[in-house]
Write a protein that binds this ligand. Structure first.
Ligand SMILES: [Zn+2]
Length: 83
């Protein structure tokens, strides 16, 4: 939806964009206690379907780089350790 500007549910091209306000709680997504990310939404004006994305600002990129280092190549290994 972000890339195509077309609604994946109904195929409408009437897709609008809305940035989450930095003041409102719903406009933020908490990555951690200290870090929150601003959100952007793509909304279909015909069927009201919407998608949310985190705005890739400096704060998000720093956080995502850290997360990438924590991704394990094989998730099954984690499960074996847990059991
Ligand atoms: Zn739609």
């Amino acid at each position: 939806m972000k890339a195509t500007k077309t609604c994946p549910k109904c195929g409408s091209k009437s897709v609008t964009y809305k940035k989450g306000s930095s003041n409102s709680y719903s406009g933020k997504f908490h990555l951690s206690i200290w870090r929150s990310a601003k959100l952007e939404r793509y909304i279909c004006l015909d069927c009201a379907f919407f998608e949310e994305y985190i705005i890739k600002d400096k704060s998000f990129l720093k956080w995502s780089e850290k997360q990438k280092k924590n991704i394990k190549p094989n998730l099954d290994d984690d499960f074996v350790d847990f059991v």
